[in-house]
Design a binder for this molecule. Structure first.
Ligand code: GLP
Length: 254
């Protein structure tokens, strides 16, 4: 207990001035539109009756959590809410359309290589099997969201061209052109930071927080269709899952 209290002393513990200030600023954010400026630190000190240090720490916290954005010389503003990504077997296009956003895809690279041992294992093919590797920038309402590196056996998608993926969803192409229906898969999610290449493509600073999603997808016949490594912007995404508690079986008494 004592150790916990010590290690978390600098964070926003419930009941502290800083967490109360954070909650008050969150109340304020709820009443403002995206892009609106919040009052100055000095004003917040007076309104909330706390020190400048407390206000600044609470604002730092909210900037770090992506609720606020600081623009040097002009102030602090309400940021665009993060996209709450459900952990479902949907495509990027479906996810964005469901949110009322316009999905976009820019093909950065497409080339074919022999699978090799590692990819071969993931895609359940021999190391000599040709595999198409496609790197795509995913956009929503023209804003960069993720970079995806898609690996798919060439024989499954003959003639697939870079432009095809800029015009149509990959999952739709699979179904409509190649008659492949995605039925399930496995996905892992890990925290990461962007490397130089990813930062450049996404337009974020080097080593920005991000989520690494790795998905292996199965078709109706049980075959592996794709293996995808996706880097999603940590400042634009949060993960959401619905939790259902299994009913506890009451003990039967005789
Ligand atoms: C998500 C998944 C990818 C999948 C993609 C298909 O982003 N992480 O594994 O390839 O959706 O997206 P779309 O059908 O929009 O091209």
């Amino acid at each position: 207990m004592a150790t916990n209290a010590k290690t978390s002393s600098s964070s926003t513990r419930p009941g502290t001035k800083q967490s109360e200030t954070r909650n008050s600023v969150l109340d304020l954010i709820e009443q403002l539109d995206v892009g609106a400026a919040i009052p100055s630190e000095r004003q917040l000190c007076m309104d909330l009756g706390v020190s400048r240090l407390t206000v600044r720490a609470a604002l730092d916290d909210l900037v770090r959590d992506g609720m606020l954005i600081r623009r040097h010389g002009s102030g602090t503003f309400v940021s665009e809410p993060k996209i709450a990504q459900e952990l479902t077997m949907t495509s990027f296009t479906e996810d964005m359309v469901r949110r009322g956003m316009v999905p976009g895809s820019r093909t950065l690279d497409l080339h074919v290589v022999p699978a090799g041992a590692h990819l071969g294992r993931l895609l359940h093919v021999s190391p000599s099997e040709p595999v198409v590797i496609i790197s795509r920038l995913r956009l929503a309402d023209r804003e960069t969201m993720a970079i995806e590196t898609l690996h798919v056996r060439e024989s499954l998608v003959p003639g697939l061209a870079p432009d095809d993926l800029e015009r149509q969803s990959f999952y739709d192409i699979l179904q409509e052109r190649y008659g492949l229906e995605i039925v399930g898969g496995i996905q892992t999610i890990e925290p990461t930071v962007t490397n130089e290449e990813e930062s450049d493509a996404l337009g974020v600073p080097l080593h920005s927080p991000a989520f690494l999603f790795e998905r292996t997808t199965r078709a109706a016949d049980g075959g592996i269709v794709e293996y995808v490594r996706s880097i999603y912007r940590g400042d634009r995404y949060k993960l959401v899952t619905e939790l259902n508690r299994r009913p506890t079986r009451s003990r039967t008494t005789r």
